[in-house]
Design a protein around this ligand. Structure first.
Ligand SMILES: Nc1nc2c(c(=O)[nH]1)N[C@H]1C(S)=C(S)[C@@H](COP(=O)(O)O)O[C@H]1N2
Ligand SMILES: [Mo]
Length: 561
């Protein structure tokens, strides 16, 4: 009697929304592992990267930029390598998104099952198919990385989600059964609660096992093919250096000036070149079947093979420093290497571009687009369609098979993985411009102190010096002077090493007759023509960072002093 009163009204057939979310998320993990395995085995799409691109493109510009800014800020806070860490963070975000969607759909499925109270399998299947179809549309629209047959890819995605739906329906049934046993006397309460927990532990264990095995196998089978490996290019030939393009103020530079230890290398090893792009993984372009589409205001539309471009034109080599507009003062999103390609003007003549065309609308395989002003191409032969870096075909992550170089612009103006060039009269907003970044993206002149080289302290004529070193960069404007200030002292001129070209950074050196103690060092640069770099601080958005770089160091008395 008492028992009857205190027993709550049985609510058989109800499992909470939260439980649905948990199960939905849990069952998404083995699904992800299987996707990953199939990606590495058969080139089937790894869905999270497509979802990442999809979300990225529908987010309002400010959300995206604020997100990237905060990510970069956190990465810098921990002193990590910005671009690689950002990519890893993006990949985990991508996975997180898919798990979150699984959770929401799981919760919704359980609510529906609570309401309908029967046909759990059908409801689960329906939910899975719906989610699978949505994911299929995203993959079809983005296709970030898959190389497998598109139909097979889509069937695979839908099939996996159908299984996912059946699995969550099965879990629902189990949970309902446990619940029924819980409220059906005369079971002891202790065993019943344990039952539910046991079930979750079992399900958790099973999903974890499949996830670990799938992910582990996937990682083992991973081959990391670079589509550019199958190609060869000949980069022998002319290299543009500073002397051939403009008359340098030769007196300001010293040939082969010794550079203090700790200064970044003049040429960035290719593996260390920074990398920034909008996808969680670089798009895969097959060089064999690749055709560059050229259309718009040209004699006739063309579809050009990569080998035709590489073989039919004289290669031009240039030393180039590329910087991301998101590079903060003293940041690591700037690098230098040799670029090989064909002057864009030469190609425009070959393609018969209408003199009235004003812009090249350039499209990348990842959906990135930019409008490039043809005035630059017509007046500056350094603007070139590029197919090689550091004497080898462009690495996949750096834009295989083709990217463009536009002097004096930040990277955001210079598409990689170029698939399509349309010559047009009207300007349009490119990928980042639509997201409120600079329209012109002209490089802001900047200078950085890389090192206060305490291992290289030396004494000369009873004066003790510490060498200080770093770089100055002005896009294609040229550097004419670098100056150093220590604490509240005067600005003093540094020595400049003859740069590799007018479009690379300039390495500098300053030997300071030092006094022991803690000091703050400042650097500033002047462009050719005398214009000083902007000293007031501006953030990277929208036009690129300005402001002075400084570095603090504590200098000990040299031994014996
Ligand atoms: N297709 C495509 N091209 C692109 C981008 C991109 O996301 N997609 N990012 C641009 C940006 S913002 C920069 S800084 C440079 C970086 O080139 P890198 O990764 O080879 O250093 O590529 C540019 N070209
Ligand atoms: Mo960038």
């Amino acid at each position: 009697m008492e028992n009857a009163i205190s027993t709550p009204k049985p609510r058989v057939g109800r499992v909470s929304f939260l439980m649905g979310m948990l199960i939905g998320a849990l069952f998404t993990l083995p699904l992800l592992a299987l996707l990953y395995l199939a990606d590495n085995l058969l080139g089937l799409p790894f869905l999270p990267f497509d979802v990442f691109s999809f979300v990225r493109d529908i987010l309002p510009g400010w959300v995206l930029t604020t997100g990237i800014d905060s990510m970069v800020a956190v990465i810098r806070l921990f002193g990590l390598d910005t671009d690689t860490t950002a990519k890893i963070a993006e990949q985990w975000m991508a996975i997180g998104m898919v798990v979150a969607v699984g959770a929401v759909f799981g919760g919704m499925a359980y609510i529906t099952m609570n309401l309908v109270k029967k046909q759990f399998g059908m409801i689960g299947l329906f939910e899975g198919l719906t989610l699978g179809a949505l994911m299929m549309l995203i993959v079809a629209g983005k296709n970030v990385s898959a190389t497998a047959d598109p139909i097979l890819s889509l069937v695979w995605i839908v099939g996996l989600y159908a299984l996912w739906g059946l699995a969550i329906a099965w879990a629902y049934q189990q949970l309902v059964d446990i619940r029924a046993r819980e409220i059906a006397p005369p079971l002891e309460p202790s065993t019943t609660t344990l039952d539910r927990r046991k079930f979750l532990i079992q399900v958790g264990g099973a999903t974890a096992t499949i996830t670990a095995v799938g992910a582990g196998l996937g990682a083992l089978l991973r081959t990391d093919v670079d589509t550019s490996d199958a190609f060869e290019v000949d980069t022998t030939g002319e290299t543009i250096t500073s002397a051939t393009t403009t008359e340098t103020g030769s007196s300001v530079f010293t040939e082969n000036l010794a550079i203090p230890k700790g200064t970044r290398p003049e040429i960035t090893p290719l593996d260390d070149h920074y990398r920034i792009d909008i996808s969680a993984i670089p798009p895969v372009v097959d060089g064999e079947s690749y055709r560059l589409k050229v259309h718009g205001m040209v004699t006739e539309p063309l579809e050009i093979k990569l080998t035709d471009l590489v073989e039919n034109y004289e290669p031009v080599n240039q030393y180039i420093t590329l910087s991301c507009i998101s590079n903060s003062i003293g940041g690591d999103l700037i690098s230098t290497t040799t670029w090989t390609g064909i002057p864009f003007r030469v190609l425009m003549e070959a393609w018969g571009v209408d003199p009235l065309a004003q812009y090249a609308k350039i499209l990348g395989a990842d959906g990135f687009d930019e409008w490039v002003p043809l005035g630059v191409a017509r007046n500056d032969d350094r603007m070139m369609l590029t197919y090689a870096w550091d004497g080898q075909p462009l690495k996949q992550k750096h834009g295989f098979p083709l990217r463009i170089y536009i002097p004096d612009r930040y990277g955001m103006k210079q598409p990689k993985w170029i698939t399509d060039i349309e010559f047009v009269r009207e300007w349009g907003e490119g990928y980042w411009v639509r997201r409120n970044w600079s329209e012109q993206a002209l490089v802001q002149t900047t200078s950085v102190i890389d090192t206060v080289a305490q291992d290289e302290i030396y004494t000369e004529n009873d004066v003790t010096y510490v060498p200080i070193g770093g770089i100055a960069y002005s896009g294609a404007k040229g550097i004419s002077a670098v100056e150093i200030k220590v604490d509240d002292g005067e600005w003093m001129p540094a020595q400049l090493r003859t740069p590799l070209s007018d479009t690379t950074w300039v390495q500098w050196r300053f030997d300071w007759a030092f006094t022991p103690g803690q000091h703050t060092f400042y650097v500033r640069a002047k462009e050719r023509g005398g214009k000083a770099q902007i000293e007031s601080n501006a953030p990277v958005r929208p036009d690129g960072a300005t402001g002075l770089h400084s570095r603090r160091a504590t200098l000990d008395s040299p031994s014996g002093a």
